[in-house]
Ligand binder design. Structure first.
Ligand code: FE2
Length: 314
């Protein structure tokens, strides 16, 4: 299959379409296939709230610039039990210059971890390392990044060695990627995710899937997520760099994606619906918020909070 001379998981036509969306704005295709639930929504009022989880989407490199979150988002996150996000790319030591030859390669300075530390306690933060940029700098950089995350006390999931993170006895986050810009044997692939569902726990799949700059999931992504919901209690996706609809319906919800946290390419307001939460078993409350981050220009920040409620009648 022919590809553009950049590291990309896509075919040439898909890469050209990616470039078009990047230059000219988000795609509005496939609107209406997924019914969006209200901004604040209780799926099951008959259960007692037990845990509050915040999800953020792709945490993109800031290229040695510090970032923070606005008061609105800080208020939104405050009091939650756990924060889950996707760390796009790897973290490298600040005294190392990566041997990168692709303009599309992504890596973080450790300042990203300091900024995240200031937002939420690392011990209650779970960072996914399963994404299409995780293998950009190779295996040694990936495992070096895992060591840096561990040294800062962040929980991780999404490597082949550690696909999941048990937030507690009741909630398991399983992270996996549909895409990789480079062939590798260390980023956990989506196809293997179902094997790690924990019996009698609430299993949340946090996949890197879908397509960037698309406000609505493609039909094949809806079908994929519906299939995944036969095994997982919720699917909360990342990678599209914009919030997509959240929906819940009898028999299961369809794919949501948490929005991008900060980004090099996304320094403008997104005219998009706010993010999303999905649930199958009526165990949580969904709320959504948006705010602006300072330090990287005008960067849209989105987060989603879900209150997992007691529990988990199967
Ligand atoms: Fe991505």
């Amino acid at each position: 299959m022919i590809k553009l001379p950049i590291a990309s998981p896509y075919s040439l036509p898909e890469s050209v379409y990616w470039l078009k969306k990047n230059l000219f704005g988000f795609s509005h295709a496939h609107a209406g296939l997924v019914q969006t639930i209200p901004r604040s929504h209780v799926l099951n009022a008959n259960i007692i709230p037990q845990y509050s989880l915040v999800f953020v989407g792709d945490i993109m490199p800031t290229w040695k610039k510090s970032f923070g979150i606005g008061d609105k988002l800080e208020h939104f996150i405050r009091g939650s039990d756990y924060l889950i996000g996707n760390l796009e790319g790897v973290v490298i030591s600040s005294n190392k210059t990566p041997l990168s030859w692709m303009p599309s390669d992504l890596w973080h300075d450790p300042i990203t971890l300091d900024d995240l530390n200031a937002i939420f306690p690392p011990g209650r933060t779970c960072l996914s390392v399963a994404n299409n940029h995780a293998a950009d700098l190779g295996k040694a950089a990936f495992f070096g990044s895992m060591e840096l995350l561990s040294a800062k006390a962040f929980n991780t999931c999404g490597s082949r060695q550690h696909p999941f993170c048990d937030l507690n006895d009741d909630i398991r986050i399983i992270s996996a990627s549909m895409w990789s810009n480079r062939k590798n044997d260390f980023v956990f692939p989506l196809a293997d995710a179902v094997r790690y569902c924990k019996p009698k726990a609430f299993n949340i799949l946090f996949p890197h899937f879908g397509y960037e700059f698309e406000l609505h999931p493609r039909p094949k992504m809806i079908d994929l997520a519906k299939g995944l919901l036969k095994d997982f209690d919720a699917v909360i996706g990342h990678h599209p760099h914009c919030p997509q609809p959240i929906t819940a319906e009898a028999g299961g919800p369809r794919p949501p994606t948490a929005g991008i946290l900060t980004g090099r390419f996304h320094n403008h307001h997104q005219q998009a619906p706010l993010p999303l939460w999905n649930g199958r078993q009526g165990t949580r409350r969904a709320e959504q918020s948006g705010s602006l981050a300072l330090g990287t220009g005008r960067v849209a920040v989105f987060a989603m909070r879900a209150t997992a409620q007691q529990k988990f009648a199967r």
